[in-house]
Design a protein around this ligand. Sequence first.
Ligand code: 13P
Length: 253
Amino acid sequence: MSRKKLIAANWKMYKTPAEAKAFVDAFLPLVAGHTRDEIAIFPSPVLLPTVTAAAKGSNVAVGCQNMHFAEEGAYTGETSVRQLMAVGATHTLIGHSERRQYFAETDEIVNKKLHTALKRGIVPIVCVGEVLAEREAGKTESVLRTQVTGAFAGIQGLAAEVLASIVIAYEPVWAIGTGKTATPEMAVDAHKIIRAEVARLLGANVAANMRILYGGSVKSENANALCCQEEIDGALVGGASLKPDSFTAIVKY
Ligand code: 13P
């Protein structure tokens, strides 16, 4: 098994260009030479030119938090994948729970975005996860299977190298920004469900090589217990990624 772990910072709607530049300038020396894991930062689109310029030539990749599924068009306020890649984004989050919750993103929209991302060659990180009421009702497995099946509709025929670029992030919604983290056992169980569904849809080989990250109140204190699990291929970090020191501690779990 050679799944390189990916430790990713989701900055959400935080930081100005000056603050983003200050972060990168402080962060790069702290992680210089760190090759064990891939590192990526996902800032707001307005910060991308600043962050990609500051991180150029380093071991830190830069991605976007969202993209539109259309190539271009009359979609006021949206950003196309071509625009995002032109300012240096190499990765994109798709279907983050905050997009699903506040911007009505459905599995169908997530699926359209995934098709566009794979066509354009930006690395997609497809986010899935149950809300608390679903977990308490014993529906976690069916929710995760439904989200993965919906996101992956119609991609079965794509080339193996294209499918191999896909990353999944398991982010239980009840753990996001709440300080409540899934235990490593809970995360591993969820990852196994997701991987089994990927195997059913895309075959055992693709599933065995697909990276599944955990997200939801990851911090330096719990990063090691989570990321050391063979089934957990890295972390998607919100709040604790906003300061260079705390994100570095997670990268070096
Ligand atoms: P927190 O780490 O702040 O819980 O956010 C997780 C998240 O949503 C990452 O995408």
